[in-house]
Design a protein around this ligand. Structure first.
Ligand code: CA
Ligand code: CA
Ligand code: CA
Length: 284
């Protein structure tokens, strides 16, 4: 009788501990071990307002090297050449490259989703062949093979007799997509994110794009991939590159993470040790 009630109390006690653990599992989990959403905003959402100044873009040294390589490969000297300066947020005008690096290597957990919101506006002559590229650029300025890019508008390029898309910018640095997708062989105009032309006149086209980085538009430039999630995880950063007659108001990157299996295991072990320690202490 005494034994029975002893076992019964042990049994119900175990159930109680199990339920308590189940109930307290999520609140007790270290924050890093829970699903989380991180938002990174670059530039102010101020509709290209320049009265408050330009918001600086923040490219990595590798991204700067990538832009400099564009000019040197076009035999353009950047000495005292304002065109070689990288475009800031809200900055109007023609022939200026915009590039910004989002860095999130210190996030804990696996990235399971990412969404990019970007407001852009055609700014000057030559905007109709402008494109957006999502890139992973190493410290020397080299592109990772995994990348995605798309024209903003339609009617963006003219196929040459060799089948490559030629650019219609009057002078370098032109927007040749060959720089990021070599030997484009389309024989017709490549589709863009919009069905209309990306033009600055008579009224500049102004558009906010929402890009799901796990399923990007298949109407992209050649040699690109529609799912960047795995590479976001391995690289821990993302370069957003916009050519070259287009203004950028702001970019907002939202990254969703879930705990890595190892992190969950670690949290579970920590909880187990914690409750064991409490029980040992209670026995004393
Ligand atoms: Ca501003
Ligand atoms: Ca252009
Ligand atoms: Ca802005």
């Amino acid at each position: 009788m005494i034994m029975n009630s002893f076992f019964a109390s042990r049994f119900w006690g175990s159930i109680g501990i199990a339920s308590a653990l189940a109930l307290t599992w999520l609140p007790l989990m270290p924050k890093a071990a829970q699903a989380a959403t991180y938002t990174f905003t670059a530039g102010n959402m101020d509709a290209y307002n320049t009265s408050d100044g330009l918001e600086p873009s923040n490219p990595s040294p590798g991204a700067v090297a990538f832009i400099n390589n564009l000019y040197s490969s076009s035999n353009i000297s950047c000495t005292n050449n304002p065109l070689c300066q990288i475009r800031n947020f809200d900055q109007p005008g023609a022939d200026r490259q915009f590039i910004h690096t989002f860095s999130f290597s210190n996030l804990i957990g696996n990235i399971t989703g990412a969404n990019l919101e970007i407001r852009v506006r055609a700014s000057a002559g030559g905007s109709q062949n402008d494109a957006i590229h999502l890139l992973f650029i190493d410290s020397l300025g080299n592109l990772d093979p995994v990348r995605w890019g798309s024209y903003f508008g339609s009617g963006n390029g003219t196929p040459s007799s060799s089948g490559t898309i030629s650019t219609i910018d009057p002078s370098p640095p032109s927007n040749s997509t060959n720089r990021t997708s070599s030997n484009q062989t389309s024989t017709s105009t490549v589709p863009g994110l919009l069905n209309t032309s990306w033009t600055a006149s008579p009224t500049p086209v102004d558009q906010t794009f929402y890009l799901d980085l796990s399923s990007l538009s298949p109407l992209a430039l050649p040699n690109t991939t529609g799912n960047l999630i795995a590479t976001l995880n391995t690289k821990g950063f993302l370069d957003v590159y916009v050519q070259d007659d287009t203004e950028v108001d702001y970019i907002k990157l939202t990254v969703e993470t879930v705990p890595e299996p190892f992190t969950i295991l670690g949290a579970g072990v920590a909880l187990g040790f914690g409750s064991l320690f409490k029980r040992q202490k209670a026995k004393k």
